[in-house]
Design a protein around this ligand. Sequence first.
Ligand SMILES: Cc1cc2nc3c(=O)[nH]c(=O)nc-3n(C[C@H](O)[C@H](O)[C@H](O)COP(=O)(O)OP(=O)(O)OC[C@H]3O[C@@H](n4cnc5c(N)ncnc54)[C@H](O)[C@@H]3O)c2cc1C
Length: 501
Amino acid sequence: MKTNRRKFIQGLTAASAGLIIPASCTSKANTENSKNEAPSIHSKNKPVKSNHDVVVVGAGLSGLHAAMLLEEQGYDVQVIEGRNRLGGRVYTLNDVPGKPEAAGEYIGANYARMRNTVEKLGLEMHSPDMGGGANRPWLYNIKGEYITAKNWESHKFNPLEGEDRTLLPHRYLSTISNRDNPLQDKPLNAWLEDEYHKYDIPHDQYLRSKGVNEETIKLMNVVIHAGGMHNTSAMNELRRYHVMNFSSGKTTFPDGTSWKMIKGGNSLLPEAMAGSLKNEVQLGRTVVGFKEADGVVQVSCADGSEYTAKQVVCSIPITVLKNVTFDPVVQGITKDAINEMDYGLSVQAHFLITEPFWEQDGMDPNMWTDGPLERFAVRTKRDPSDPDAGLAFINGPESLKFRLMTDDQVFSYVENKLAEIRPSTKGKLKRIMIQSCERDIHGAGDWVYWQPGQVKKYANHMRKNHGNIHFCGEHTAIMERGMEGAFESGERAALDIILNA
Ligand SMILES: Cc1cc2nc3c(=O)[nH]c(=O)nc-3n(C[C@H](O)[C@H](O)[C@H](O)COP(=O)(O)OP(=O)(O)OC[C@H]3O[C@@H](n4cnc5c(N)ncnc54)[C@H](O)[C@@H]3O)c2cc1C
């Protein structure tokens, strides 16, 4: 049973109102894709039948959203996932005190597709304690000296002038980058337009051209997720804050707040999405190859299992695709993008705090440093009975070295660096877990970032299908970012199939 184009578009949620339908969706070529219908030949001797209308690779938000939409339209959909858990970059650490979110955390009021799905699946949201996030009050350790937020304005290390001296270092990147943002008041997809390509230059170069000094740029490097201020396109950063401006303030939840989380943990959402599907999501199926012939795509997994379908939605992070074979091979701009794009890195070291070290030295427990440790925070408790837990969060260039370390080595590194600048922590931390979105073969990092020149080269190309393989994932979104970007991209991939395939 298939829906016609007009009925489908009418049926989309209000969330889709802002979605730009790709040019490729303007003509209708809807085929009758019923299950097991079209035998086809993959190799000389072996006829291959498509077992499903669509195979979706990846059970993160983008893949699951695409699967739900396709199923709603009568397609037989099978989701396969490489990890042994659902959610991808939505991952509630249920075994860590306070059940922190390891990745996708705050749901913006403008996340219409996501909010609609949360409501449809009967989940509840609550307002998080935003003080527990990146904007908590910090004790700064800069050039080896402790500085309180109160003393920062008059401190000799403060590199800014005039009223800007009241800005706190952890706000430099967002506040200063967002100033006179050329995208302000423009549509969310304006960053793709030619007239903004002049900002597709290293972000530090852009900031210098605005008169920002070196010391300020150095402090911004503490919070950058990309490989450094020189390695991220100014357009990447300007777009980031443009989307953020759109989320905060302009749209609010009915209670007036701008951000929420799922009650019980954000992982409940991908779990409920997967639970709503007719075919059970197959976990532990790492895709290693795609082969397409005669309108059928054969999907091969590392464990030897194979799936066939007429269409595939692939939400694998773009850099992970380097390790996946395509037949016919991927060439041209898509191949270059797979080889050259990169994701921001961060590493989280989670500890149990066995004794409140801050009572011993009388200083604030939460530290923000310009040294290799970057940030150490005592996590906000979800439940008053939770024990105290601490988190070292290191991102950007400083986190690169952890790629070559085991979890034990990361723990030792963090404990030693911490003890050097905060001796009271010695012997008061118990190791719980190391978490990073790229510490296994299925993850590429936190989120895609565009290096200087890459917006112009690749941004308009990421959504292009490879035969019957349709790519989705936050890296392919053009309006939204983060979790809503994942939803946007899943919707676009589903539309590509429903309207064209
Ligand atoms: C630290 C951190 C904080 C964040 N905070 C926020 C926030 O506050 N708000 C917000 O909106 N967003 C936030 N994000 C971003 C958000 O989590 C992601 O943008 C979003 O979840 C991405 O969804 P996705 O479906 O595109 O990708 P993924 O969730 O990565 O899904 C891809 C799936 O494909 C699977 N896969 C990979 N390779 C294979 C293979 N070969 N075979 C089979 N399966 C494979 C993966 O296991 C994964 O499940 C944060 C991310 C991080 C890391």
